[in-house]
Ligand binder design. Sequence first.
Ligand SMILES: [Zn+2]
Length: 142
Amino acid sequence: MIECELCGRRGATTKAKVEGSVINVCGDCVGFGREIPVVKIKPKKPSPKLDGMEDEIVEDLKEIVKAERFNLKLTQKEMAEEIGERTSVIKRIESGWKPPLKVLKKLERLFSLKLMEEASNTGVKKKKGKKELTIGDIIEVS
Ligand SMILES: [Zn+2]
């Protein structure tokens, strides 16, 4: 139990600012100073990811992988060894296959590149699409 620093009573549950210093006070003494609200941090619940909220793999992954592999002067086999995967994994990625996250993470590390688009970003991107005018709209305007 914390003692109230003003009256000495046990059970000081509040912090208050009194004459410039923050002290522990009981409920009765709070009035002498300015109460400091205790900010309670709620533990974050692991919320199930909603559809479309998941991080997405960049569209041109296979092009990036090919280009980066070329930059590093690695063969598919050598690159597979670098990330501890089979050569077939690299072949599949370069033909457009979206690898599991763990493989992707290894590629990100190898290339020092981001290969995932964060959910928030993709959400914005999707909204960017310009609505094209249909013939009906044009007739209405003119
Ligand atoms: Zn008190």
